[in-house]
Design a protein around this ligand. Structure first.
Ligand SMILES: C[S@@+](CC[C@H](N)C(=O)[O-])C[C@H]1O[C@@H](n2cnc3c(N)ncnc32)[C@H](O)[C@@H]1O
Length: 713
């Protein structure tokens, strides 16, 4: 077969790609099935070879469940008669030829174990997730598969279908499709767009559920494949998948010049949230149905002011070294050469979208001194606005791409150049969301070896020995289990099901966590509440938190440990929940209302409306809320100064007395919150993404705050 096909698009050429696809599909499917059967045989043979008598039979599975009797088992109770099947032989296609049944003895657990409350899983999350992300038309699972009293038919009525039956391409099919795509592109030069078109045609003809390469930022074949650990299939040529040339991340569209930072930002901006306050990729909070369409590219703007004119715009110098205080001839351009490239890149990218922002503000956003911003701006833009330098000319706006996340590794095996590990190549640590082995030595180990529970000094600026502080890292609540980055909440049995208890003594006013869950907006409330009611009626547990006229936060299926905080009745609560407006989003901060001893149960007051709603559950009460007061968000904000409210809800701890820090300046800048600053912040953040930034050079004092968890500006 020809290795170069001109896929620009005559009808007959389309057909030739279709024929090619048909052949490749057939080959890949046959090769995969053969490999899978052999692989299964080999696995069984090696796992159970010690059980095997010397015979030509394929291997025997081990006898079923033979755990030794445990002292916790009540051996006097009548064993129940349950049988397990043991396969004795099977043919080369894996069909069972001979089997036998073996009785299994099952004993009841002794009564001395107090029964544990009914438990239903939830997905741990450190932030709210818009329910639209999860609330698909298809039911993802049966919520109580082992409980026949759950009215499952009533529940499923709210869904279009069952995801595991109606809406799923099997993992094997995914591997096959992915290899077909790989061969079409790598071996035959077919473009992503043509592969999509032809595979759809082929799928329709052959009645195969074909996944488009990319449907949205979190759907489509490439996304689905990236979510699983793929087996290393050995194909017909004897080579494993891992040794093959992989499809490049940007193969659907042409990639911009790797030196053109601004085009790269615009190319990947589609993966970031369209909300200007948010710099998260794949954000699950600010979701709308038009998600992808709403994500705008950044456009370059022509500057209106010459550098010198900016001085006239300064009301008040930002500090003693403000650019506005310097005479033009006293500014030394030479020192700019020492500025690290990253800083230049961030500033130049940001200047492209907001060329007329005051250097004092840009300095905070781009982490430079305002004098350097001013000098660099002058160098880049010049003082004559009629001649715009090439680097600021309108760039082609590129639409979104398929791209992979830079800087995170997703290979199997060791981190090395051989596995194309970006962390290894760049000499950085593997991070939490790298997909290499959990035990990978490049992963940061946390600060347990340097910090213990009593010595809570893991914050920058302290004289701490904390490994995280020394490495300029935020403590990781899951790794740093000995310092106070760890959750304040221990979950255990309480008077009303499970409850949250203080892991250590806590002072009044300690922020113990954000109440997070699925955000249910007004438009979804009606359908969602009915669906939730079926579950709530069954469990008698209601995790909905009303945010004073805004979204409902439902922690039933997704949340963190704060979802376990019970109502204090009839006592007074020792915690309070406040709805706080953070960059336009309502978020719920839970803080202690008094000093709390280690081991005390942490409680809230759910408020009368909550209990009223629980009592009249059958009614479709869409205002289910546990918040007692009807205070507006603004009056709740009055409980804090704006600064500490934003800091708390952004999960920052501001060290007292640290006035005039970069963080405070940053807050002031964010506080102005005009679209201009937010756009600049976003571009600066994106331009700085994935780059290694050293302290020193142009950085002012280190931030005097510490982020505990989460990611919010
Ligand atoms: C947010 S959940 C609290 C965690 C819950 N106990 C659990 O096991 O997951 C709220 C539910 O806990 C129960 N609950 C909490 N406080 C209670 C109280 N003071 N009296 C009775 N039930 C309570 C109710 O079933 C309520 O709907």
């Amino acid at each position: 077969m020809s290795t170069s096909i001109n896929y620009e698009v005559a009808e007959h050429e389309n057909l030739s790609i279709l024929e090619l696809t048909r052949c490749i599909y057939h080959d890949v499917r046959t090769e995969f099935r053969t490999w899978k059967r052999r692989h299964a045989e080999q696995k069984l043979a090696s796992a159970y070879s010690s059980n095997l008598p010397h015979t030509n039979q394929p291997s025997l599975p081990p006898p079923c469940f033979q755990s030794p009797p445990s002292p916790d088992l009540d051996m006097d109770s009548e064993p129940s008669a349950i049988v397990g099947m043991q396969v004795l032989s099977y043919d080369s296609d894996g069909n069972i030829i001979q089997s036998t049944v073996t009785p299994i003895e099952v004993h009841d657990i002794v009564q001395s174990f107090a029964p544990y409350p009914d438990y239903r899983y939830y997905s741990p999350s450190s932030r709210n997730v818009n329910a639209r992300m999860l609330d698909e038309k298809y039911a993802p699972f049966h919520p109580f598969p082992e409980d026949p009293s759950f009215p499952v038919h009533k529940y499923f009525r709210f869904f279009k279908g069952l995801q595991w039956i109606d809406d799923m391409v099997g993992p094997d099919e995914e591997i096959i499709q992915f290899e077909v795509v790989r061969r079409l592109h790598i071996e035959h030069g077919v473009s992503g767009e043509d592969i999509d078109r032809v595979l759809k045609l082929y799928g329709d003809q052959e009645n195969i559920d074909y996944l488009p390469l990319r449907d949205s930022h979190e759907s489509g074949l490439l996304w689905a494949v990236s979510q699983r650990d793929q087996p290393d299939v050995i194909w017909r040529d004897g080579l494993p998948s891992s040794s093959k040339i992989q499809i490049p991340p940007h193969f659907v569209q042409s990639s911009p010049d790797p030196k053109d930072d601004f085009s790269i930002i615009n190319k990947s901006v589609g993966k970031f949230c369209a909300n200007l306050n948010c710099i998260q990729d794949n954000c699950g909070v600010h979701v709308s149905h038009e998600w992808e369409l709403q994500t705008p590219s950044f456009r370059t703007k022509r500057p209106r002011y010459a550098s010198k004119q900016l001085k006239a715009l300064v009301d008040e110098p930002c500090d003693n070294e403000c650019f506005s205080l310097f005479a033009e001839d006293s500014m030394d351009d030479d020192s700019l050469d020492a500025l690290p490239t990253t800083y230049r890149t961030v500033l130049i990218s940001t200047l492209k979208v907001e060329p007329d922002m005051l250097p004092c503000d840009l300095a905070v956003i781009c982490e430079m001194t305002c004098l350097n911003v001013y000098r660099l701006r002058k160098q880049v833009l010049g003082d004559d606005m009629k001649t715009m330098p090439a680097c600021l000319k309108e760039t082609t706006i590129l639409s979104q791409d398929l791209g992979s996340r830079p800087g995170l590794c997703s290979h199997s095996g060791k981190c090395s150049t051989a596995t194309d590990c970006p962390c290894f190549v760049s000499g950085t640590r593997c991070e939490r969301n790298c997909r290499c082995d959990d035990k990978c030595l490049r992963r940061f180990e946390g600060c347990n070896s340097t910090c213990d529970g009593e010595d809570r000094t893991c914050h920058p600026g302290s004289k701490s020995k904390c490994k995280c502080v020394k490495a300029n890292r935020e403590c990781d609540p899951e790794k740093c289990t000995k310092c106070n980055a760890r959750y304040h909440i221990v979950v255990k049995k309480a008077d009303y099901g499970l409850g949250g208890f203080a892991a250590n003594s806590l002072k009044k006013g300690t922020f113990i966590g954000e109440y997070v869950g699925e955000l249910i907006g007004d438009d979804q409330a009606e359908q969602r509440c009915v669906e939730l009611l079926v579950i709530q009626k069954h469990t008698h547990l209601n995790y909905c938190f009303g945010t004073n006229g805004g979204d409902i936060i439902d922690a039933q299926s997704l949340g963190n440990r704060t979802r376990f905080l019970n109502d204090s009745q009839p006592k007074k609560p020792n915690c309070t929940a406040a709805v706080i407006l953070v960059n336009g989003d309502k978020r719920v901060a839970i803080t202690t209302a008094k000093n709390v001893n280690e081991g005390d149960e942490l409680t809230l007051s759910y408020g009368k409306p909550y209990w009223k709603a629980m009592l009249s559950q059958a009614k479709h009460n869409k205002k289910t809320t546990r918040s007692e007061d009807d205070q507006s968000v603004e009056s709740v904000l009055g409980l804090f100064t704006l600064k500490s409210a934003v800091a708390i809800a952004s999960q920052f701890i501001v060290v007292e007395g640290a006035e005039n820090t970069r963080w405070n300046k940053f807050l002031a800048c964010v506080g102005r919150a005009d679209e201009k600053s937010r756009r600049a912040i976003k571009v600066a953040a994106l331009a700085g993404c994935g780059t290694k930034r050293k302290h020193g050079a142009d950085q002012a004092k280190p931030n005097k705050q510490r982020r505990v968890e989460g990611n919010s500006i």
